[in-house]
Ligand binder design. Structure first.
Ligand SMILES: Nc1nc2c(ncn2[C@@H]2O[C@H](COP(=O)(O)OP(=O)(O)O)[C@@H](O)[C@H]2O)c(=O)[nH]1
Ligand SMILES: [Mg+2]
Length: 257
């Protein structure tokens, strides 16, 4: 981070699949004027997600490849700002955090994660006796810190998709996870490359409608396989990240501009 980075422009990238109820409830609570660009990547929803986004004037792109990571990868070529934030309009994330996250990016922080696991934060499992998702997240965070961290850079929340990143940092990461492991891969690559992770405490809300897309067991197995692949590429180096990228999928034309 240096002074020349300051006053970056910031985009809001909404990531949604079948979230018409969430969009109706949460979009009115987002201060869209904070952002220089607002777009959405729709995971080929079968409900009225796209129509709801259009009502708010959000440029919406239907993703071509399947998966959460694919949606994020397909967002990148659409971004025209210096930094961008991934936000999921399903109730888990607090729109009130958005101006704070945007400000941190504008000030030059390269990778900002809303953490549900640090002092002052809460997560969905806090009131449960068996905190399966919290413990799993903490285990994967520990694993990433032990295996890939250097120079005091640390992560506490590897699975919260609510994060912002500079386009330069994103491009350096050469991300390849098309599935739900993308959030973890971003953190691992930040640790490997020494891209500072800036965290602030957040409060995880409840889903406004429907169920999670990601069951715990398959998610855990996929995250472990990711760790293995990342280990084979080299632990604390950018080695292996320099390979040419696979051709990036090109998203369809926007349904609304
Ligand atoms: N575009 C897109 N969005 C997705 C996909 N899978 C999940 N999402 C969205 O990503 C967010 C996180 O998914 P969710 O099931 O809530 O995961 P959880 O918060 O970890 O339980 C939600 O806003 C979903 O609508 C996908 O394949 N494509
Ligand atoms: Mg969610």
């Amino acid at each position: 981070m240096n002074s020349s980075d300051q006053n970056r422009t910031v985009a809001l990238a909404l990531i949604a699949r079948n979230e018409e109820v969430g969009i109706r409830e949460i979009l009115p609570r987002i201060e869209l004027s904070v952002f220089e660009q607002v777009l959405a990547i729709d995971g080929n929803s079968t409900d009225n997600t796209v129509a709801e986004l259009e009502k708010f004037g959000v440029a919406t792109y239907r993703q071509k490849e399947r998966g959460l990571g694919a949606a994020m990868i397909e967002a990148r070529p659409r971004i025209t700002t210096d930094a961008f934030i991934f936000f999921h309009p399903d109730g888990n994330e607090d729109p009130a955090d958005l101006p704070k996250m945007a400000q941190l990016l504008r000030e030059g922080h390269d990778f900002v994660v809303a953490s549900r696991m640090i002092k002052g934060a809460t997560n969905e499992d806090d009131h449960k006796a068996v905190k399966l998702r919290k413990w799993a997240n903490n285990g994967f965070a520990l694993l990433a810190n032990v295996l890939f961290a250097h120079g005091g850079n640390r992560t506490s929340d590897v699975t919260n998709g609510f994060r912002g990143i500079s386009t330069a940092a994103w491009d350096r990461m050469n991300l390849t996870s098309y599935d739900l492991t993308m959030d973890y891969q971003m953190v691992i690559r930040a640790l490997k490359l020494g891209i500072p992770i800036t965290e602030f405490p957040t409060h995880e809300g409840h889903r406004v409608c429907g169920e999670t897309n990601f069951a715990s067991m398959p998610t855990g197995v996929a995250e472990l396989k990711l760790v293995w692949r990342e280990l084979k590429m080299g632990r604390r180096t950018a080695q292996g990240l320099q390979a040419p990228l696979e051709p990036q999928p090109v998203a369809h034309q926007p349904t609304a501009v």
